[in-house]
Design a protein. Structure first.
Lengths: 260, 332, 267
């Protein structure tokens, strides 16, 4: 963990060498999802609601997912652009160092400018939270925070899986976008607006349901019973990272036997 | 007991066949052929502590595959390998703690920050104790003359300066074995000599074993007492550089300058079998001497009967030519 | 002209070599299309008032958007050109025996054409084969289809001439990527990439119709769906031509000016 922060500080130092472009890019990142959010707003203005969800309820979801995603993009960037490490052969260097491959790849890159996007996620979240008639309790706030954390773990897991794919194919890597960016896109709306198979896939295979639809039901007091279960679903999302790490280890093993 | 023991290593790769042209490209959308490449076939050798070994061979002969296997990056198909009592690919983490690797073409330093920051991070990665780190750093700064450049970002360094910093980086954790992959590639003459000098020093003073791959034969001549030659995935020669010269240098060239002499000298006037005249002028004679059995004194005494010798120089075959011959001999 | 053609062919071969990349791209965009259709489907399920476009029209719009993504996306950047400008190596480019404006323009068009060719056909076939209600549909009439083709290509040229202006502006102030990111995300909104323009509130529609961005995305796609009738479509093509003329002339002139500056300052 200490090593992770060391990596972070050296890369922050690197990016600060280009200070002006760093800040401009951060500001740019703040505005990027703005147009997407504007599109969402206009659709609600036109249609009123989506399968019984109001604008601010969806905005809450949007805020949570975008916060989780931007934090992941910032701190797990090493896995996001892992294909570069494989193509350039620098992954060999990782294997030459007496530390786990996971921590080294994690530390190989940070994209601090994504924090601009985080800020927008925060603003949307706060705006939605204030406008919704939720009676906020300590448990609800904990659940909300857990939703964000769980989202970070799920996105990290997906990034790790996508990176693992690089050990087999570099070109096919774009397909991973379905789960990274696609996962983000899809879970900006509560999952039950989609067809059953999509909802099921993104609940039971990739547990996005655990960060938006299920805990949202609890936050909005829409559960009649079992509300403890709904409250704790984000914890299940966190567990998603475990099989992903297993797959990563398999990928490293494959790489070391083929060296491609 | 040898420090590095490699025996019977095999490794094969699958490579996709790629062809040019629009039609071929469309075709490859549907199916693709693979070739199997046998990168290493029954590679065995041992290296003792403190040796400097030059590992040479043409491109694609299997040099870097070997290096990757003994440094623990790759797992071979079969064969055995123990380094300092460990199997590199089985105990990767404890193995790599004891080796240092420099790739001449790639950097292990962080590009945009001063060199010293990279070193500090490496200290954390290798968990080097403070005292050991300080000692090594002092030593390396001195011997590599890093004082003036250690606070400069890597991207502002010249290639030669960068290579010195790379060498430093790979020795911070006091490894017992150092792998150098083309450490002098692209360097100017001065930097080359500095790098070689440093390798010698570190080998002598810290008894570091060095395995060096290079295409620059003068590196080998300056550093290695032993060479391993690999071709087509097999070790084809393992031995002393001088032995190699003895075995393969088929001829020497002798140039003799003398006072002006007007009648031409031909092979007959010289009359020594195995010695032939390459060129002849009124003041200079170039001879080619084949084989090792001919004594230089014979030639000189024979010539001094004819002309007044002013100067003699003997040139043996350049090592590059030797290596080319060696490659041909083993059809690699 | 021959040089432009070989640039195009090279790109195509390059793209074909990476079959897995092309396949992965098609799969991703197919998924994207399905996902967006589902979102609209959910909105339409209990719409309070009559929406400005029928669901089928939106579905066609989405499939066209996914198929021709490489054609119409503003955010595609050519790093080679950016590097030329920022590194000052532009001097070499000035040595070529053709105008930079023309050459870059052709290069950018070739890139988008070859990129789209590989992906749009498989994606459209897939979109035609899937069951209702997600199925893609044929255009309303032959006239609509012809006008769609014309306006799609003109739209592509409008888009490229806009991005040419961005590149040229990079000469004057080394505008970093940050501001380009903002610019393209705003341009995307006004082009109809995020939602078709009829879904916007009327005040925003006015702005969108005033700007040239929608000529590349919203207009051709809605001509195909029949949402824009043939008579209006003809007008639209005329507007495209006018915009194209203005944009290219502006670009060409400012490129000349900038080139002079580069020569004087020595890069």
């Amino acid at each position: 963990m200490k090593l992770y922060f060391k990596y972070m500080s050296i890369l922050l130092k690197s990016q600060m060498q280009y200070r002006a472009s760093f800040w401009l890019l951060s500001i740019g990142q703040f505005f990027v999802p703005f147009s997407v959010f504007a599109g969402l707003y206009f659709l609600f203005e036109r249609f009123g609601s989506i399968r019984g969800w109001s604008f601010f309820e969806v905005a809450l979801c949007f805020g949570v997912i975008n916060m989780a995603f931007s934090i992941t993009e910032c701190f797990v960037r090493g896995f996001d652009i892992f294909s570069n490490l494989v193509v350039s052969g620098d992954f060999d260097r990782v294997l030459l160092r007496p530390r786990s491959t996971f921590i080294q790849v994690l530390g190989s890159q940070f994209e601090f400018t994504r924090l601009g996007r985080l800020l927008q996620g925060v603003i949307v979240l706060v705006w939605a939270a204030v406008n919704l008639s939720i009676r906020w309790t300590v448990f609800k706030i904990i659940t909300l925070i857990l939703m964000i954390i769980s989202g970070i773990f799920i996105f990290t897991g997906i990034f790790v899986l996508a990176a693992t794919l690089c050990f087999w194919t570099i070109q096919g890597i774009e397909v991973a976008n379905i789960f990274t960016y696609g996962g983000k896109e899809i879970s900006q709306y509560p999952l039950n607006i989609y067809k059953k198979w999509i909802t099921r896939f993104f609940t039971f295979i990739i547990p996005f349901g655990c960060v938006n639809y299920l805990p949202l039901m609890y936050l909005l007091d829409r559960t009649q019973y079992n509300y403890h279960f709904y409250m704790l679903t984000p914890l299940i999302g966190i567990l998603f990272i475990i099989p992903c790490l297993g797959v990563w280890e398999m990928g490293v093993k494959h790489y070391r036997s083929t060296g491609s | 007991m040898p420090q590095i023991e490699v025996s019977g290593i095999y490794k094969t790769f699958k490579v996709a066949r790629r062809s040019s042209g629009l039609r071929q490209a469309v075709k490859s959308l549907f199916y693709r052929e693979y070739d199997t490449v046998e990168a290493l076939k029954d590679v065995s050798f041992t290296v003792d502590t403190g040796e400097i070994v030059g590992y040479i061979g043409p491109n694609g002969a299997g040099k870097s595959t070997t290096i990757k296997i003994i440094s623990g990056i790759l797992v071979p198909d079969r064969g055995k390998c123990t380094i300092l009592g460990r199997v590199p690919w089985k105990e990767r983490i404890s193995h790599v703690r004891n080796i240092g690797v420099v790739f001449g073409q790639r950097t292990q330093l962080w590009w945009d920050v001063p060199v010293i920051d990279s070193y500090e991070l490496l200290r954390d990665i290798y968990k080097i104790p403070r005292r050991e780190y300080m000692n090594n750093l002092d030593l390396l700064v001195d011997t590599l003359d890093l004082k003036g450049i250690i606070n400069t970002p890597v991207r502002q360094l010249s290639l030669g300066q960068r290579m010195r910093c790379e060498l430093g980086a790979s020795l911070l954790h006091s490894p017992g074995i150092l792998f150098l992959d083309e450490p002098t590639i692209g360097l100017d003459a001065e930097s080359k000599i500095a790098v070689r000098q440093f390798i010698k020093t570190i080998n002598r003073e810290k008894n570091v074993t060095v395995i060096l791959t290079t295409h620059d034969m003068s590196d080998i001549e300056a550093l290695a007492n032993r060479i391993l030659l690999i071709g087509n995935g097999r070790i084809v020669y393992d031995g002393n550089l001088n032995d190699l010269k003895g075995r393969f240098s088929t001829h020497k060239t002798i140039i003799i300058n003398f006072r002006e002499y007007n009648s031409p000298i031909d092979d007959k006037t010289l009359g020594i079998p195995g010695v032939s005249i390459v060129s002849c002028s009124q003041e200079k004679l170039t001879l080619r001497v084949d084989g090792n059995g001919i004594l230089l004194t014979d030639i000189i005494s024979r010539l001094s009967n004819i002309v007044d010798i002013v100067d003699i120089s003997v040139e043996s075959q350049p090592i590059d030519e030797l290596i080319v011959k060696l490659y041909r001999e083993y059809v690699i | 002209m021959k040089a432009y053609f070989s640039v195009f062919k090279l790109r195509l071969i390059y793209g074909l070599q990476y079959r897995a990349a092309a396949l992965a791209g098609v799969a991703t965009q197919f998924f994207w299309g399905i996902m967006h259709i589902m979102i609209y489907e959910a909105f339409y399920a209990n719409a309070a008032s009559a929406p400005p476009m029928s669901l089928k029209q939106v579905i066609i719009y989405i499939w066209l958007q996914q198929s021709f993504l490489v054609f119409v996306a503003l955010w595609i950047r050519d790093n080679e050109i950016i590097n030329l400008i920022t590194s000052g190596n532009i001097a070499y480019e000035l040595c070529r025996p053709c105008s930079i404006y023309g050459f870059w323009f052709a290069k950018l068009i070739a890139q988008r054409l070859s990129g789209a060719m590989l992906r749009c056909l498989p994606l459209l076939i897939a979109a035609f084969l899937i069951p209702e209600p997600y199925k893609m549909a044929l255009p309303g009439s032959l006239a609509a289809f012809l006008l769609f083709t014309v306006s799609l290509f003109l739209g592509l040229m409008v888009l490229v001439s806009i991005s040419m202006l961005i590149y040229i502006s990079m000469f004057i102030t080394i505008l970093p990527v940050g501001s380009m990111v903002v610019f393209s995300s705003i341009g995307e909104l006004f082009s109809g990439m995020i939602i078709p323009i009829p879904f916007m509130p009327s005040w925003l529609q006015k702005i969108a119709y005033f700007l040239p961005f929608r000529l590349a995305v919203d207009m051709p796609f809605r001509i195909y769906t029949g949402h824009i009738p043939v008579s209006q479509a003809l007008q639209g093509v005329l507007i495209q031509l006018i915009w194209l003329g203005v944009l290219i002339l502006t670009g060409y002139a400012s490129m000349k000016k900038v080139q002079k500056r580069v020569i004087v300052q020595g890069g």
